[in-house]
Design a protein around this ligand. Sequence first.
Ligand SMILES: Cc1cc2nc3c(=O)[nH]c(=O)nc-3n(C[C@H](O)[C@H](O)[C@H](O)COP(=O)(O)OP(=O)(O)OC[C@H]3O[C@@H](n4cnc5c(N)ncnc54)[C@H](O)[C@@H]3O)c2cc1C
Length: 445
Amino acid sequence: MTAMKRPRVVILGVGFGGMNAARALEGEDVEVTVIDQHNYHTFLPLLYQVATSGLNPADVAYPARGLFRRRRRVLFRQGTVTGVDWDAGLVELADEDPLPYDHLIVGVGARANYFGVPGAAEHAFPLYSMPDALKVRNYLLALFEAADARNDLIRAGVLNIVVVGGGPTGIEIAGAIAELITDVLEADFHDLNVRRARVILVEQGDSLLPMFNTDLQRYALEELRSKGVEVRLSTAVKEVGQDYVLLGEEGDYIPTRMVIWGAGNRASGLADSLGVAQGPGGRIITNPDCSIPDKPNAYAVGDVAAIPDGEGGFMPGLAQVAIQSGRHAAAQIMRTIREEPHTVLRYHDKGTMATIGRRAAVAQLTNGTLLTGYPAWAAWLGLHLVYLVGMRNRVSVTMNWAWSYFTWDRGPRLILETPRFEPPRRDGPYVPPTDVVQRHGIASD
Ligand SMILES: Cc1cc2nc3c(=O)[nH]c(=O)nc-3n(C[C@H](O)[C@H](O)[C@H](O)COP(=O)(O)OP(=O)(O)OC[C@H]3O[C@@H](n4cnc5c(N)ncnc54)[C@H](O)[C@@H]3O)c2cc1C
């Protein structure tokens, strides 16, 4: 009977925000239900290593039910949330009955932002989920298989890999692909000159890693170039096609079958259907305590939320913000139940890091310390191991990293679904399609 009266907390998303909110409520006298479209938590910062055959999917994901198996008052439900009926206090689910809540935390994260670039949503590869990472891995490896089988495809751009965005995601994946080619694929392919592959990193701004100190930006640029990555700064993507990309004002034409999109993000699509005020990138604008204005007992946390930073802006889309805001929203729910006043979220910045590859990384600590090279790389490895969920995953990732480090090899180079590559067009694979020329009056790369 008592159990029936416990307040029902529903948490949308088992990402960094939702998972930490649920954990903070584990010992409290509330019934918690966590809903996610996937039955696992994904450690997004290491997704690029799954995409480039460095790690296995199971190394960077953790079963959601396993997270709460010892907590009888935390339930998990796999389902896709389609909306919230604010008046009735119901979470709406695809193909399932709505779920009532007394307190709600929205932590459904973000997705790629294509900034309206024509063709990007249709043809570019985002990196926001495990299925995304596996798709990138399949395609990437299949490109080399296709080039090995049919050399004419190389002239048609099958080994031109374009990475869009010079932020941490872009540089991490560009560096990892460059190393995959030189350290691993070169030995794997006996008849194919894999060095004909090009990794082209495109950044609209005039530097990489805009949020980092200029010395670190310069270091990242030099490291990437030393790995053979062609870095094009001050270059915007104009259009993405099935077998090409157009760059810059002049519309430089590059034949390619793989454009990886690491430029910017926007809030998960659910945010658009909630009827709440939205800020930059469609994120839900919250009050400083993470509550959603005019929606009683509802909170938004992590990447889906635009949480005021106290200086006129919003907190950045980082794992630490999601973790801290998830815990904070949980604490506010308990304050509401105890009839205590809410508190403002004060974000504790623990510094920023990005890795470029083997023994190459940048780290900018909150005390102003700047690290590059081996110390930054070691710090990056250590920090990711600490925040990775599950001891089994930590051991497995450590083993994989150690194996790669000492053997210069990578494990899971598996193509699980072989994509079909259209043969080169008859009007010439290395010249822009006629309609593209007419539309843009472009030059060939
Ligand atoms: C490739 C990549 C690399 C990154 N690297 C770093 C890094 O090095 N350092 C750093 O600090 N940050 C990094 N980030 C950002 C960091 O991962 C995010 O800030 C963090 O994951 C946000 O946590 P979240 O809980 O808000 O969302 P997420 O972790 O994205 O979780 C959202 C959850 O909601 C679920 N969901 C979404 N929509 C629905 C729906 N309609 N119904 C049900 N469930 C739904 C998703 O399945 C997911 O499990 C990276 C992000 C990416 C994509």
